[in-house]
Design a protein around this ligand. Structure first.
Ligand code: B4P
Length: 197
């Protein structure tokens, strides 16, 4: 099974992905986490990505596509994978379609978290105060929101047009409440005889 957790910055993708991973026995592949680890290790990829991420911009598609492709190729075909933070552009979505076609796999569901923008900004500013992430400054947050509307939001339509089940889940409420909604949406697809989400 291949799933995608989708949503704007601060919508709870990483938070919900950890819970979905445990509940459904999926491996979690977060491009944001991979990039932050490359930055922390000072690798060539990390050096290229650090400045872009701190400004709230998207790192180049070809770099991200290579990272995801190499991880997917190392995954056992029988393993379920949850993609978090990827794809973030139509180009990445098309690259993913090609990678999965080559591996004989396909996307089973997309869970899209819906949270109003003022709440997203509050959550990220709160995280800035706790964790001090380089891209959680007010300026970078506003740029991430802008990039989301400009380049990422259209990815959902790509999947709707492809006939892949897309579940829009209300991401407002406590983390367990949001997880309950996401879990029910995924179960509708993964349980035999389900009508889809
Ligand atoms: P990500 O790591 O994906 O960062 P994000 O969009 O902010 O999501 P994140 O998972 O961190 O936030 P979450 O909603 O879980 O990407 C970081 C950067 O990497 C990008 O800006 C970009 O530069 C680069 N990048 C990554 N993937 C890329 C790609 N494919 N292409 C190009 N560039 C890419 O949580 C946010 C906060 O809200 C947390 O503090 C959490 O505790 C809190 N929260 C979660 N759920 C909550 C709830 N229900 N109630 C209250 N608070 C909640």
């Amino acid at each position: 099974m291949i799933g995608i957790i989708f949503g704007p910055p601060g919508s709870g993708k990483g938070t919900q992905a950890a819970r979905i991973e445990r509940e459904f026995g999926m491996s979690h592949l977060s491009t944001g986490e991979i990039l932050r680890s490359e930055v922390a290790h000072g690798s060539a990829v990390g050096k290229e990505a650090a400045r872009i991420m701190a400004a709230g911009d998207l790192v180049p598609d070809d770099l991200i596509d290579r990272i995801v492709e190499s991880r997917l190729r190392r995954t056992d075909p029988a393993d379920s994978v949850l993609l978090d933070g990827f794809p973030r552009t139509i180009e990445q979505a098309k690259a993913l379609d090609a990678m999965l076609a080559e591996l004989g796999r396909s996307i089973d569901f997309v869970v899209a978290l819906d949270v109003p923008e003022p709440l997203l900004v509050d959550r990220l500013l709160l995280r800035a105060a706790v964790e001090g992430r380089d891209d959680d400054t007010r300026e970078a947050i506003m740029e991430r929101m802008h990039e989301y509307h400009r380049r990422t939001a259209a990815v959902l339509d790509h999947y709707r047009r492809s006939g892949i089940p897309v579940a829009e889940v209300d991401g407002v409420g406590d983390m367990d409440e949001v997880f309950g909604r996401a879990r029910r949406a995924i179960e509708r697809v993964t349980k035999p005889g389900a009508a889809g989400i």
